[in-house]
Design a protein around this ligand. Sequence first.
Ligand SMILES: [Zn+2]
Length: 104
Amino acid sequence: MAKWPYCTSKWQRLRSAKLGQSPVCVICEKRGHTEVATTVDHVKPISQGGDPFPAMDGLMALCERCHNEKTAGFDRTHGNASNRRFKGCDANGHPIDPADGWWG
Ligand SMILES: [Zn+2]
């Protein structure tokens, strides 16, 4: 997490603001349990043209485990956004992964 934009004070402020607004992992919450969020992730990756400093809804707060799951899944598919980064559905039957398009 040492590379741009994560090393900037602008990102640090954005990250703190997001964790303040959303202190619980959004993916764990959809799976029905509560985990403290420790990382902030871009819904649309910077490598795919996402805004490095998006609005709050362009970010998602994740716990360490979900962040690792997302990173591992994403790396395996070489960043193909059509692949789900999070497996499963929430209580309403919606896919958990915001990349599926229903998010927001
Ligand atoms: Zn989680």
